[in-house]
Design a binder for this molecule. Structure first.
Ligand code: MSP
Length: 526
């Protein structure tokens, strides 16, 4: 991987479910990071897709009277279409039923058989049928022998299967967690995994014989590869790492190892223990960070279809239609469960955040500044300088204030601290508002002799807003681009679209008055 290459992934989504807020949330987080990296000219690859094998897909297809492939085709297409309709800028959309993925998985499993990391054996354990997941005795006891997801009892299951020698990697995984404390984030999730590591790692089955909808074991057609192993490989098959002839995705190999695998907390075990062990067994570099977010609940309760608080696609669309796609992204990313605790999706809170942050902060400040340039300078951007010293105005050194904010933004984006990155931009906007109150341009406008000072103040305000809006563009692409258009950055290939350096705007540029985010009354629709 070159220094400039970055690779971010979402989990791949099960096709036996319909898209909902959980899927859109994880993908939106990755999208914001991807856009921010591209904006800074990093060579970035963003992958999402669908997880299409497994007993649940086979059973749902049977119940519907279609083939598993037909069901997978239909539901995968729906996931793909939400990426497009929500402007999620993934570079590819992987499907685990694609021949390129399937043959690469077989290649990797063959290697694991050859190295002895996969072997045939017998297993007995507590199985969660809904999640297709085994639990250790201790874990099963803690869960009261009930699935934490479906609430159904865990069942005692015995199988002859192929196993992955996870136990062999106990020491290596412990060493990984010690030497790289940021391998799993946030820290509370890392501690959970350390706790599970202390229980001791046991070998895990990686094949099944009780259904056929999966990738066959390369050496034994009776067995299909366990859906979780099949799915985890997507992160490297999508880059062609298992392509023996080297023809597939040649240009993508440079993206491995991943910068971030972004996942939900319930699937961290697979990503932060099993996946690195598999990669170690294959002698492949490890991802840099597994970031596990928490869950959305809705109106204070766990989301459920029967409670009527489920945020499904239709519900998401009603918010997007009413408040706009920027507002939806803003709420998701700034109010969401990026940290250790679950977050509440509540209609009233959505409405309040929209008004307080987008209407009253960003929208109001942008309209205030552009309106004054219209009114006092006929819409032509005045000059940056007031005589020989711009910095005495209101006591703020705006170029260095902006440079500090940009540095904070860059650092936080890089570290996937999206909330902090957004704060850096929002704080700048709030400071512009305070600066306007302090310097009172509307009073200066009444004094003919203060024209230079007035112009210089408005220049500082608009240039600072341009920089803040550029930092917000990965989160709010729609309206920040509209704002750029209004302040004379009309060409998308224009350096002004992305530059975070002070002084891009030139005096004399025609500036239009903007109204970015309309005030909206709270309706019953959402
Ligand atoms: N197919 C597996 C992942 C395999 S990755 C190698 C899977 N798929 S899933 O369709 O269930 O989607 C999981 C993603 O949706 C996770 O990131 C999960 O956290 C997210 N969400 C599902 N419900 C959620 C909430 N209520 N809130 C936030 N995200 C949650 O697991």
């Amino acid at each position: 991987m070159s220094n400039d290459a970055r690779y971010i992934t979402t989990p791949i989504y099960y096709v036996n479910d319909r898209p909902h807020i959980g899927h859109v949330y994880t993908t939106t987080l990755c999208d914001v990071y991807a856009r921010a990296m591209r904006m800074q000219d990093f060579d970035l690859f963003f992958l999402t897709g669908t997880d299409e094998h497994g007993v649940k897909v086979e059973q749902s297809a049977l119940a519907k009277g279609v083939t598993p492939q037909e069901l997978a085709d239909e539901n995968s297409a729906e996931f793909r279409s939400i990426m497009e309709s929500f402007h999620l800028t993934n570079d590819d959309f992987i499907r685990t039923t694609a021949p390129s993925h399937m043959s690469q998985v077989q290649h990797f499993v063959t290697k694991l058989l050859e190295s002895g990391d996969v072997y045939l054996g017998t297993f007995e354990g507590w199985y969660d049928e809904g999640q297709e997941e085994y639990h250790t005795e201790t874990n099963a006891r803690d869960l009261d022998y009930t699935s934490p997801i479906s609430g159904k009892p865990l069942v005692r299951a015995t199988e002859q299967n192929y196993y992955f020698k996870l136990s062999k990697y106990q020491t290596a995984i412990e060493a990984l967690y010690q030497s790289n404390p940021a391998f799993v984030r946030p820290e509370s999730r890392r501690n959970e995994m350390l706790g599970r590591l202390r229980e001791g790692l046991q070998d895990v089955p990686i094949s099944r014989t009780n259904f056929s909808w999966g990738i066959p074991m390369p050496n034994d057609e009776e067995h299909v590869i366990y859906v979780w192993i099949d799915a985890l490989f997507n992160y490297i098959t999508g880059l062609g790492l298992g392509d023996v002839d080297g023809e597939w995705y040649k240009e993508r190999k440079k993206y491995w190892p991943a910068t971030y695998h972004v996942v939900g907390k319930e699937i961290l075990w697979f990503h932060s223990i099993i996946w690195p062990a598999v990669l170690m067994a294959l002698d492949l570099p490890l991802p840099k960070c597994i970031y596990a977010h928490s869950f959305w609940i809705s109106e204070g309760r766990k989301m459920s279809k029967s409670l009527g608080n489920f945020i499904d696609l239709e519900k998401i669309e009603s918010y997007v239609n009413e408040y706009g796609s920027d507002a939806w992204r803003y709420y998701l990313v700034t109010q969401g469960p990026l940290g250790a605790t679950d977050a509440d999706f509540a209609a009233e809170k959505f409405h309040d955040i929209y008004n307080a942050h987008l209407v009253n902060t960003i929208g109001n400040c942008a309209s205030r500044v552009t309106a004054m340039i219209q009114k006092y300078f006929d819409g032509a951007l005045p000059s940056e300088y007031n005589g020989d010293d711009r910095y005495t105005l209101g006591g703020v050194d705006w170029p260095s204030r902006c440079a500090d904010a940009v540095e904070r933004w860059q650092h936080s984006m890089d570290a996937f601290e999206l909330d902090k990155a957004i704060h850096a931009a929002m704080d700048l906007i709030r400071d512009v508002d305070l600066f306007i109150n302090d310097t009172a341009p509307f009073k200066l406008a009444k004094d003919e002799t203060k024209q230079g000072e007035l112009g210089a103040i408005l220049y500082q305000c608009l240039e600072t807003l341009r920089i803040a809006s550029t930092m917000l563009k990965p989160l709010l692409p729609e309206k920040m681009e509209a704002f750029h258009q209004a302040i004379g950055i009309t060409n998308k290939s224009d350096a002004g679209c992305n530059t975070l350096d002070w002084g891009y705007l030139k005096s004399g540029t025609a500036i239009q008055k903007v109204a970015l985010y309309p005030r909206i009354e709270m309706s019953a629709a959402t």
